[in-house]
Design a binder for this molecule. Structure first.
Ligand SMILES: [Zn+2]
Length: 298
């Protein structure tokens, strides 16, 4: 469980090469108006979408049922949206709809086809305490209330980007190749693992991956002690199973700030940090998020 298969590493390295090559070759001999980074898109990919359009333009976008929210880089070098493809999104061709409206009423269609490639995630079987597979009746109301709470919290993101620059790992601990794994719990319940597990020992400091506002800082049934940070425009990072929480809901945090200590609360098999990246209702691969170069979107 704690190793990186050679085959997968090679495949990922191959994707990295494709991404690097796509970035430098202009389409049809001229710079493209819409550029996706990384350009090799697969289920679970975060995507930085750059559009070359004047500052006075209004951009509307939609991709696989998600509304895109564009912001202007502070140095005026284009428009950006930080988006992504859910880990369970169907593979195949998708249409990235973008319309550029200019002040004089003119509109230009910048839509393009984006191929979603299959990501080859693994399958594993886990054993946890029985009450986390079949919660007792006494816990049902609590779990339902938490679902409503999360719907409310994750549906009210800030209207501007609160992050700046690249995202950093939340702990100094070995990451595992666990995102997207199809899991069975006690041989019964199947689910997709929508975050990355770090092999963090009990009590390891957990930091904010980027600046934002704390929107959840409390104990939840499955997540245990949970801290969620809103980075604006629908983007969140979520730390679970903490042994201690050091921030409160509504608090503004900066990149690298201590938010708590890792632990083993909630549905776990042992101490670790589960760290998730959520955009709107899509879960993205944290490893890809940490590799994404966001310096151009300043
Ligand atoms: Zn996990």
């Amino acid at each position: 469980m704690w190793y990186f298969p050679l085959q997968k590493t090679c495949r990922r390295f191959g994707l990295f090469l494709i991404a690097a090559v796509c970035w430098v070759i202009p389409e049809h001999g001229q710079a493209p108006l819409v550029v996706l980074t990384p350009c090799a898109v697969e289920a679970g990919s975060p995507e930085l979408i750059r559009v070359d359009a004047p500052a006075t333009a209004q951009l509307d976008g939609e991709w696989m049922g998600h509304t895109l929210q564009f912001f202007r880089a502070t140095d005026g070098r284009g428009w950006f949206a930080l988006a992504g493809v859910d880990v369970e999104a169907p593979v195949g061709a998708s249409t990235l709809h973008i319309t550029e409206k200019l002040g004089d009423g003119d509109a230009r269609d910048l839509s393009r086809t984006v191929e979603i490639h299959e990501a080859h995630y693994r399958t594993e079987a886990l054993s946890v305490a029985p009450q986390f597979v079949a919660p007792p009746p006494s816990a049902v109301a609590e779990i339902e209330a938490e679902v409503a709470l999360k719907d409310r919290v994750f549906g009210a993101s800030a209207a501007e980007p609160l992050w700046s620059g690249d995202f950093r790992a939340p702990v100094t601990a070995a990451p595992t190749d666990s995102f997207g794994t199809r899991r069975t719990f006690n041989g019964k319940l199947a689910s997709v693992h929508k975050g990355m597990d770090f092999r963090a020992r009990m009590g390891t400091p957990v930091h904010a991956a980027n600046s934002g506002v704390v929107v959840l800082a409390r104990k939840l049934y499955f997540e245990g002690n949970c801290v969620a940070i809103d980075h604006g425009l629908g983007l969140y990072t979520i730390s679970m199973h903490l042994s201690r929480i050091d921030v409160h809901e509504g608090e503004r945090v900066t990149k690298g700030q201590l938010v708590g200590l890792s632990g083993a609360t909630g549905r776990v098999t042992g101490p670790h940090l589960h760290w998730a990246v959520r955009w709107q209702n899509a879960y993205l691969d944290p490893a890809k998020m940490l590799r994404l170069n966001l310096s151009q979107a300043h």
